[in-house]
Design a protein around this ligand. Structure first.
Ligand SMILES: [Zn+2]
Ligand SMILES: [Zn+2]
Length: 277
């Protein structure tokens, strides 16, 4: 339940922004207003994805000062040569806070940095091990790496179970099918709302509703009508409207489904809410 000081949101469907970057300099000093605007748009919960070890204390403090904010940590594939190399054991040691809900974002990005492929693969494997050993899910970033991604995710599942979301899904239909087959989730970002993204919309429309999340990846990828400007968690409502149309649902029905999916994939966030309601 919302805390006593929050506005009455009974008229609005409760949405979750499953992936944003509140620690980025783009948002400096404005997080209180961002969270307030998000709540006013029905976005009652959000996960801030920490990709810089130096920012982890700040991300934790955001989660501690805002009931609806949860956090993660992981080494972004574009940062593997800048961030300290991390092992599964070290990742798990960072994960014990009650609002630390996942490892990531980790993954493979061969669009910008194909030259760090080996380091990206090693880093992703450590994150998979951490997920297997802790039971926390993975937040996965994939770009221009469909083949390697499918292979490494499947190899991991052969060793031990773990769960994951393919965040900001913009890969091909084969990887989408493989990820769903493995029991993973696909997260819809503002990309799905861009006019040119018909292939992405088709992938989502063909995926089971119970495996769909929504996110902003803010400050990036603002959906229309904000495209090209700074994105923020409140705008996940625009992406969710696109999702609702794809599934032929009302905004409230789509919000309820994606929030339930979020609670299933991120049990620590669900538990935190239950303990306070
Ligand atoms: Zn990403
Ligand atoms: Zn991100």
């Amino acid at each position: 339940m919302p805390d006593a000081t929050s506005p009455d949101l009974t008229a609005l469907p409760e949405l979750v922004d499953s992936h944003c970057h509140l620690d980025f300099a783009d948002f400096n000093g404005e997080v209180d207003q961002l969270v307030a605007r998000a709540r006013a748009a029905g976005v009652t919960r959000m996960v801030t994805i920490c990709t810089r070890i130096a920012n982890l204390p700040y991300c934790q403090s955001l989660a501690e000062s805002h009931p609806g904010v949860f956090f993660t940590y992981g080494v972004h594939p574009l940062h593997v040569t800048e961030e300290p190399k991390i092992t599964a054991t070290e990742l798990i040691a960072l994960s014990h806070h009650e609002k630390f809900v996942a490892f990531g974002e980790t993954g493979l990005d061969f669009h910008y940095t194909p030259e760090t492929r080996e380091a990206q693969l090693i880093s992703l494997r450590e994150h998979i091990t951490a997920a297997q050993q802790s039971g926390l899910p993975l937040v996965i970033h994939a770009r221009n790496a469909d083949e390697d991604m499918e292979k490494i995710l499947a190899e991991g599942l052969k060793e031990a179970p773990y769960s994951a979301v393919m965040h900001c899904f913009s890969s091909g239909p084969r990887l989408a099918g493989a990820a769903l087959e493995m029991g993973f989730y696909l997260s819809m970002s503002g990309i799905a709302a861009f006019p040119k993204s018909q292939e992405i919309r088709d992938i989502f429309a063909a995926a089971p509703l119970e495996r769909i999340l929504v996110e902003t990846d803010s400050p990036y990828l603002a959906p229309p009508p904000h495209r090209g400007r700074r994105n923020e968690p409140a705008y996940v409502a625009h992406t969710a409207a696109v999702g609702a149309r794809l599934y032929g649902l009302s905004a409230a029905e789509f919000a309820r489904a994606t929030s339930e999916n979020f609670d299933r994939l991120f049990p620590r966030a669900a538990d935190w809410g239950r303990n306070r309601s």
